[in-house]
Design a protein. Structure first.
Length: 285
């Protein structure tokens, strides 16, 4: 019986090991696949898009009574002013503005990190740039909230946004995001894993539970999303005062929803100071 040479046996073993390694590499997602998965985002992206599309419609429909009134008002303000409803809700509901700012800040940072905009490495320059990118947007978000709502709201928004942004960095360090997520041999410290888990739970709660709930509450509170003005409205040959929800500016007057007549009207000589309350909140109706 012929003997197999040691060299041939070794070549056989090397070939089998190479095929096994190649199979493992094939099963492991490529860097492109991982990056694309990160770019698709998570619940935060979906919730922000759903709120931007649905909540303004709910706000107008409930405030004006729904049906034809909501349709006429939306046509009167024009599709270009759709975002005015959402902006008005945010500026008149402080907690909604703060939570929206925190969630949006984290979503933007996570998206930029997936695209490679956040520098990596442990050298001082990379750390400084990474710290700047982590801090800059939360500070800007806090400044915006401070200008429109108040300093304490702005401070709380900036701190919360910064902590969640730091959480995204910790997710990369612990393998919750990025290439290390698929590395079974990577074992980060236990305290980092707990921090990453806590940050993910907080972010998910804010995005999926708190933000939609605040949006629905703001949409059903019976308050107008913009100013309610007292204007002079001409109806045929008669001119009478009326309360108008401002939809858009036009010439020396406004186009608004006439709360007294239930229709879109042109008003002139408008004065502010009217209460924004249009009807009772949904939970009291």
């Amino acid at each position: 019986m012929p003997k197999q040479s040691p060299g041939g046996n070794q070549e056989h073993e090397d070939g089998r090991a190479g095929r096994t390694l190649h199979a493992r590499e094939a099963e492991r997602p490529s860097r492109h696949e991982i990056t694309e998965a990160d770019r698709k985002g998570g619940p935060g992206h979906t919730v922000l898009l759903a709120l931007a599309l649905a909540i303004p419609a709910v706000k107008v429909a409930y405030t004006l009574g729904g049906g034809g009134a909501a349709t006429d008002a939306l046509m009167g303000m024009g599709p270009g002013n759709w975002w005015d409803v959402l902006l008005g809700m945010v500026l008149t509901t402080p907690l909604l503005a703060c939570v929206l700012g925190v969630v949006a800040s984290r979503v933007v940072f996570a998206l930029f990190a997936a695209r490679g905009a956040v520098p990596r490495g442990d050298d001082p320059a990379a750390r400084l740039r990474r710290a700047g990118l982590t801090v800059l947007n939360p500070v800007a978000t806090g400044v915006v909230v401070t200008c429109f709502i108040g300093p304490w709201w702005g401070l709380g928004t900036a701190v919360a946004a910064y902590l969640l942004r730091r959480g995204v960095v910790i997710e990369y360090r612990t393998g919750r995001r990025g290439r290390r997520h698929h590395d079974p041999h990577f074992a980060p410290p236990g305290w980092q894993r707990r921090l990453a888990t806590g940050e993910q739970v907080v972010a998910l709660t804010l995005s999926v539970v708190v933000l939609p709930l605040l949006g629905v509450v703001s949409a059903l509170d019976g308050q107008a999303w913009t100013s309610v003005l007292r204007c002079e409205v001409t109806d045929g040959t008669r001119t009478r005062p009326a309360r108008l929800i401002e939809l858009q500016r036009q010439g020396n007057g406004v186009v608004g929803w006439n709360l007294d007549q239930g229709q879109v009207s042109n008003g002139v000589g408008c004065t502010g100071g009217e209460s924004r309350t249009v009807r009772a909140p949904w939970w009291r109706a």
